[in-house]
Design a protein around this ligand. Structure first.
Ligand SMILES: *Cc1c(COP(=O)(O)O)cnc(C)c1O
Length: 736
């Protein structure tokens, strides 16, 4: 492992349990999202708050002056952290890095400006282009350098991240010095990701950025506060028309309109009352941070050592057939051993032994089973994602039309990944965290060598039968197992009644999910087709609640009129047409079970559908395969570009798993010392199993299948049933 052990700060292991009790049993690898606060920081802050009398710094009382003094001290201490001389720099406190960026934009837009931003910019930086007179996305470092050498004659703002929040690449700070050759170029450096695990040296004001933004919670975990560090050289560029409370020396508004902005830079830019207590928390944050970790330089070396270990571990993962498990997105120019080129962030995707991408949502779900916290998807870095994943604008637009959204689960579309998995390290990460991630990937995603001469897929059709059929009428709540021998319709959007109902909160109208509200698991829906009702009961016996029911009919009288109900419901960030039940007893029932107000909504089939890809992603029971399965018979083949309608299902209209694969997965988990999972944990609609006497179970046979036919009728809107409904109701597996 080369010199990677150098730099590791093993002292962290001594205080980790004591200072970060929230990490017990968890592997937290999302420090690029936010790092964590130490227990001592919170304790020291609370002692400060209860033992001092602080007023509003804009007042004149002693308490107010005390607060004002502490705020000014915090400003100076923050500058000192970055070796910034207060004669050269000022700090403007803002809500977060984004607010700092917007403040610069607000000032620049008044006169108009050219905005040039690097491809690796965070979304918050990219958005500035909408306020610019003209903008350009630099697609490479070379493009930036060429532009800097050109003769720039109009007011321009060059913006880029000091470290990419996506893959941790660190961009050259030298560009700021190079920009000095033109008096028209200002530089805006987004240091939010960088300073989380790296020093930033602003000693040389001439070569430093004009504007530097950062998020203090990314350094200390707390307070939730941001800062804009302004190079006084460029202070005059930060003038704007608007003035807020506290930013003016005098305002005349009766009969005449006249005002004088304050001259002190930060005073004329900090609108209204400062987040005083958050700023004061910086004292405790700075003290505890340096007591625990020494310096940002020490943290940088510690994290670099861990990142190198993780990088080597990921790169070494191989399937039994020799294929790589991880595709790591690292720039050729960067090196985990060289902190000036690379931060402790790993962006990667997983591939199965056949080279197909594994959906990130699958990685995330299984990671959460192991209490491993990662970030997946587009990570607010549109340019970085598009270039690393080779997504052309037309592909991104197509994926958008097909339902992909920022903030929703990133996944595989048209055989191509649309996002990444990001593991990011922080000051309090340890070797154990790195090992936990590596062994998790080994356990769930590394496939052993393929068996010799696999049995012909054609014979699978005869070997398998449908063990159970399950629907989830109420999205994200308990399952309803279809009783054996009950014929059940399949529509183009999946099994009948599957996820046709959901719960929404008043106001937001977003479909609620169990991930966020675990008590939803207590809600047990039952479909009573003979009585024509959906019955919902609560499985928490302590509540002693009578079940409640709603008719299956779509009688408009059951629902709130659309004007009052706000019919758009958001599912996975997408609007779907929903109707909301009027019966107030429902709201009472859900409030008792969940502890908050929720309404029952219905998404009737055909009433404006949500669109999904036609391909069904088969999730092998251990969640590792990503074979695309089309389901002839159950689904119309893709016709032209018309997308498939589907109800509230998150990803695919039907999820099928194999009992044999679940069994194999459980053997692997038990061998690794884990607890077996039940097949029901996968929330599948169809569980298939092998008939006895076939000479032993074969796990992951479904990876070979190109199609699955359910039921005897190979037509859309067919009917299928579960086993003991007769031979002809088995599953038919079509081989390609
Ligand atoms: C986190 C981050 C941001 C956004 O920070 P906020 O505090 O959410 O405004 C912007 N840029 C980069 C590089 C980041 O890492």
């Amino acid at each position: 492992m080369g010199g990677s052990k150098e730099g590791y700060n093993s002292l962290v292991e001594d205080f980790r349990d004591r200072e970060y009790p929230m990490l017990k049993g968890a592997t937290y690898l999302d420090h690029a999202g936010t790092t964590l606060y130490a227990k001592s920081l919170i304790e020291r802050f609370s002692t400060d708050m209860v033992s001092n009398l602080y007023g509003n710094p804009h007042s004149a009382s002693a308490a107010a002056q005390h607060a004002a003094h502490r705020v000014e001290e915090a400003r100076l201490r923050l500058l000192a952290l970055f070796n910034a001389n207060p004669d050269d720099f000022d700090v403007v406190f803002v809500a977060n890095a984004t607010a700092g960026i917007k403040l610069v934009m607000e000032c620049f837009r008044e006169e108009g400006f050219f905005f040039g931003y690097h491809r690796d910019s965070h979304t918050s930086l990219v958005g500035v282009r909408e306020a610019a007179t003209e903008s350009r996305c630099f697609e490479s470092d070379a493009e930036v350098e060429t532009w800097l050498r050109s003769d720039v004659r109009s007011k321009s703002l060059l913006a880029y991240p000091a470290q990419s929040n996506m893959d941790g690449r660190r961009l050259p700070l030298e560009w700021c010095a190079a920009a000095r050759t033109s008096p028209h170029i200002y530089t805006l450096v987004d240091a939010a990701a960088l300073v989380s695990t790296s020093p930033l040296d602003l000693r040389n004001a001439h070569d430093a950025p004009d504007f530097t933004v950062l998020s203090l919670y990314k350094i200390f975990g707390f307070p939730d506060l941001g800062a804009l560090i302004v190079n006084r050289r460029a202070g005059n560029a930060l003038r704007r028309r608007y003035f807020g409370g506290g930013t003016v020396d005098m305002v005349v508004c009766v009969k005449e309109q006249w005002h004088v902005p304050k001259e002190v830079l930060h005073e004329r830019l900090e609108d209204g009352t400062l987040p005083v207590h958050s700023i004061m928390a910086l004292h405790a944050a700075l003290d505890v941070h340096s007591e625990l970790f020494g310096s940002l330089g020490r943290i940088s070396r510690h994290c670099a050592s861990l990142a190198r270990q993780l990088y080597e571990g990921l790169a070494a993962l191989r399937h039994g057939n020799g294929a790589r498990v991880c595709e790591i997105f690292k720039d050729a120019s960067s090196d985990y051993l060289n902190p000036s080129t690379q931060g402790p962030v790993l962006a990667f995707n997983l591939r199965n032994s056949q080279g197909a991408p594994v959906p990130n949502s699958e990685v995330e779900k299984l990671a959460s089973v192991r209490n491993i916290h990662l970030r997946t998807g587009g990570v607010c870095n549109p340019g970085g994602i598009a270039s690393r994943l080779g997504l052309a604008p037309w592909e991104m637009k197509r994926n958008f039309s097909a339902g992909l959204r920022c903030g929703a689960e990133g996944d595989v579309m048209h055989g191509k990944a649309t996002g990444i998995v990001r593991a990011s390290l922080g000051a309090m990460s340890t070797r154990a965290d790195v090992c936990a991630l590596l062994s998790f990937l080994q356990e769930f995603f590394v496939e052993p060598a393929a068996p010799v001469a696999p049995p012909s897929p054609a014979s699978d059709a005869a070997r398998y039968y449908i063990e159970s059929l399950t629907v989830y009428p109420l999205k994200s709540c308990a399952a309803y197992k279809i009783p054996p021998s009950t014929p059940w319709p399949i529509h183009a959007h999946g099994l009948a009644w599957d996820r046709e109902w959901c719960l929404v909160r008043p106001g937001s109208n977003a479909a609620l999910s169990q991930k966020r509200y675990p008590r939803m698991a207590l809600l047990v829906p039952t479909l009573d087709l003979s009585a024509g009702v959906l019955v919902i009961s609560c499985s928490d016996a302590n509540l002693a609640l009578d079940p409640i029911s709603v008719p299956l009919s779509l009688d408009p009288a059951l629902f709130l009129p659309s004007t009052t109900a706000g019919r758009q419901t958001r599912v996975c960030g997408e609007d779907v047409e929903a109707v909301i039940y009027a019966n107030p007893a429902l709201a009472t029932f859900f409030a008792k079970v969940l502890g908050f107000e929720a309404r029952l909504a219905r998404f009737p089939p055909g009433a404006g559908a949500r669109y999904a890809k036609t391909d069904v992603t088969a999730r092998g029971a251990r969640g590792k395969r990503a074979t695309e399965l089309s389901m002839p018979g159950a689904f119309p083949e893709e016709t032209g570009s018309a997308p498939m309608p589907m109800l509230l299902a998150n990803e695919s209209p039907i999820l099928l798993i194999s009992r044999s694969s679940v069994n194999r997965l459980n053997e692997e988990i038990k061998n690794a010392g884990g607890r077996a999972v039940r097949a029901s944990a996968f929330r599948a609609n169809v569980v298939v199993a092998e008939r006895e006497g076939g000479g032993g179970e074969e796990a992951y046979a479904e990876d070979r299948w190109s199609g699955v036919r359910l039921g005897k009728d190979a037509v859309p809107d067919g009917v299928c049933g579960s086993e003991d409904g007769g031979e002809e109701r088995g599953a038919f597996l079509d081989a390609e």
